[in-house]
Write a protein that binds this ligand. Structure first.
Ligand code: MN3
Length: 199
C-alpha cells in the first residue's frame, strides 16, 4: 500500500507565496486522494503494489489495461505531488553556482531566459496540468503535461515541477495563474533541484 508522505515543512512555511490553507487542502485532500485511489486501483494486483510509484508510471504499457488509466492519473498524481513538495522550500537559496546552473546557461543562454520560458510553459498549459524542467539523454528541456501525466512516462527525469491545476493556487490567486507562477520562483529548492540533476 502506498502512503501519503508528510510535507517536509509546516503548511505555513511557504507563506506568503503559497498560503497555508492551500497547502493543507492540496496535501491532505488532493494528494491523499491520489494515494487512496491508486491503492484502490491496485488492490487486486499485488504484484504491482510492491513497485515504486515512479516505476509504475515509467512503464504504463506494463500496467494491465483495465487499470492503466487509473494508475496513470492517480499514480501520476502521487508521484508528481511527492516531487512537488520536495522541490519547494522556505529557505530562498537561489541558484548561484553549480552544474545545474551551468547546464541551464548552456541550454537557454542565461538563467533569466530559462525562467521566462518555464513560466511561459506554465501559462500555456490549457486547463489542468504541470510545467517541468526535465533531464533527457541530450540535456535539459522544458515541457508541460496535461492532467497528472509525468515526464517519467516518456523516459525524462523531472528536476522541477510546477502544479498549475487551479487547486494549487485558486484560494489565494483565483484566476491569476501568472501571479502564482511568479511567486513560485521564491520557494524553489535549488539545492534539491541540483541533487535531482546530478542523480
Ligand atoms: Mn495538485
Amino acid at each position: 500500500m502506498f502512503t501519503l508522505p508528510d510535507l517536509p515543512y509546516p503548511y505555513s512555511a511557504l507563506e506568503p507565496y503559497i498560503d497555508e490553507e492551500t497547502m493543507k487542502i492540496h496535501h491532505d485532500k488532493h494528494h491523499a486522494a491520489y494515494v487512496q485511489n491508486l491503492n484502490e486501483a491496485l488492490k487486486d494486483f499485488p504484484e504491482l503494489a510492491g513497485k515504486e510509484p515512479g516505476e509504475l508510471i515509467a512503464d504504463l504499457e506494463a500496467i494491465p489495461e483495465e487499470i492503466r488509466t487509473k494508475v496513470r492519473n492517480h499514480g501520476g498524481g502521487h508521484v508528481n505531488h511527492s516531487l512537488f513538495w520536495s522541490i519547494m522550500s522556505p529557505s530562498k537559496t537561489g541558484l548561484k553556482e553549480g552544474n545545474l546552473l551551468e547546464s541551464l546557461i548552456k541550454t537557454f543562454g542565461n538563467f533569466e531566459t530559462f525562467q521566462e520560458k518555464f513560466s511561459a510553459s506554465a501559462m500555456a498549459r490549457f486547463g489542468s496540468g504541470w510545467a517541468w524542467l526535465v533531464k533527457t539523454d541530450t540535456g535539459l528541456e522544458i515541457l508541460d503535461t496535461p492532467n497528472q501525466d509525468s515526464p517519467l512516462s516518456s523516459g525524462k527525469a523531472p528536476i522541477l515541477a510546477l502544479d498549475v491545476w487551479e487547486h494549487a493556487y485558486y484560494l489565494k490567486y483565483q484566476n491569476r495563474r501568472a501571479d502564482y507562477v511568479k511567486a513560485w520562483w521564491n520557494v524553489v529548492d535549488w539545492p534539491q533541484a541540483e541533487r535531482l540533476f546530478k542523480s
